[in-house]
Write a protein that binds this ligand. Structure first.
Ligand code: HXC
Length: 257
C-alpha cells in the first residue's frame, strides 16, 4: 500500500517509520494512525525485522492529535464510532519500538512516544501535554503513562499547566533515555535499534514484555513473572549459543529459536 502520511523503510533488520505531514507538524489524524498501524503490523509479521524506529521531522515529532479533525466531534458519534480505537497499537507491539524525537512532541504525539519502549531525544525536543489549553485532557494514555514515567508532581505540573519541557529536563526526570544533538538523532536511534535487532528476537521480545509487566503488577508478581520467562529461556537454542560463544570468545550467531 502506498502511504500518504508516513514513510516506511527497512534498514537492515530495523523498520523505520517517519511521520510525514509537514504542513501540519505531523499532527496525528486518523488516516496517519491507520497507516502507522499497518506499518507496525507488517514489521511484526516480518521475521527479518527485529526492532522499529518511529521518528518525525527535525521541527516536529508530532504536534499532537489533529485538532482540526477533532474540533467538531460529538460525544455520541465518538462513543459509538471508532475514535481512539487505533491509538493503542504501538503499545501492543511485541517487537521493540524506539521513538526518535526532535522538535515538538506534544499531546497525542507525546502519548504516542510514551507507548514506544524508549525515547531518544534531540536537544531541540520539546515535550508537553497541552490538551488543557484546548478544553480537554490527554486521552491516549497520557494521564496514566506520564505519572508512571516522571512521578505525580511533575505529571500534574505538565498536565494542569500545559507547559513545555525541554530535552534536558525530560532526561533528568526519566521520560527520555538519551539526549543527542539533532544531527545525530536518527543515527543514534538506528544504531540502538540495530543492536537490539542483532540479539535473539524471542529473548528481546520476552525482555520487553517482562519490563512492561513492571508497570502493571505488584513487585512480587512481577518478579514471579520474570522468573517464569527467565527459566523458559534455558529451553532456547539462543541461550546455548550465547553462552557457548562467550566461553569460546567469539560472537554469538543467534537463530531466533
Ligand atoms: C492540527 C496543527 C496541529 C495540530 C500544528 N498544526 N499543530 N494542525 N492539529 N495539533 C498546524 C497549524 O494549524 C499550522 O497549519 C501548521 O501546523 C504549522 O503550525 P503553526 O502553529 O503555524 O507553527 P508554530 O507557530 O511554529 O507553532 C508550533 C506549535 C503550534 C507551538 C506546535 O502549532 C501548536 O501549539 N500546535 C498545537 C499543539 C497542541 O495543542 N497539541 C495537542 C493537540 S490535542 P496552518 O494551515 O494553520 O498553517 C491532542 C489530544 C490527544 O493531542 C488526545 C488523544 C488522541
Amino acid at each position: 500500500m502506498a502511504f500518504q502520511n508516513i514513510i516506511v523503510e527497512t534498514r537492515g533488520k530495523v523498520g523505520l517509520v517517519t511521520l510525514n505531514r509537514p504542513q501540519a507538524l505531523n499532527a496525528l489524524n486518523e488516516a496517519l494512525i491507520a497507516e502507522l498501524n499497518e506499518a507496525l503490523t507488517s514489521f511484526e509479521s516480518n521475521p527479518g525485522v527485529g526492532c522499529a524506529v518511529l521518528t518525525g521531522s527535525e521541527k516536529a515529532f508530532a504536534a499532537g492529535a489533529d485538532v482540526k479533525e477533532m474540533a467538531e466531534k460529538g460525544y455520541i458519534e465518538s462513543y459509538l464510532g471508532k475514535f481512539l480505537d487505533g491509538w493503542t497499537r504501538v503499545a501492543e507491539t511485541r517487537k521493540p519500538v524506539i521513538a526518535a524525537v526532535s522538535g515538538f512532541c506534544l499531546g497525542g504525539g507525546l502519548e504516542l512516544a510514551m507507548m514506544c519502549d524508549l525515547i531518544i531525544a534531540s536537544e531541540t525536543a520539546r515535550f508537553a501535554l497541552p490538551e488543557i489549553t484546548l478544553g480537554i485532557m490527554p486521552g491516549a494514555g497520557g494521564t496514566q503513562r506520564l505519572p508512571r514515567f516522571i512521578g505525580k508532581a511533575k505529571a500534574m505540573d505538565l498536565i494542569l499547566t500545559g507547559r513545555m519541557m525541554d530535552a534536558t529536563e525530560g532526561e533528568r526526570c526519566g521520560l527520555v533515555a538519551r539526549v543527542v544533538t539533532a544531527d545525530k538523532l536518527l543515527d543514534e536511534a538506528l544504531t540502538a535499534a540495530a543492536k537490539i535487532a542483532g540479539y535473539s528476537q524471542p529473548i528481546v521480545m520476552m525482555a520487553k514484555e517482562t519490563v512492561n509487566r513492571a508497570q502493571e503488577m505488584s513487585l512480587s508478581e512481577g518478579v514471579r513473572f520474570e522468573r517464569r520467562l527467565f527459566l523458559s529461556m534455558f529451553a532456547t537454542e539462543d541461550q546455548k549459543e550465547g553462552m557457548q560463544a562467550f566461553i569460546e570468545k567469539r560472537k554469538p550467531r543467534f537463530q531466533d529459536r
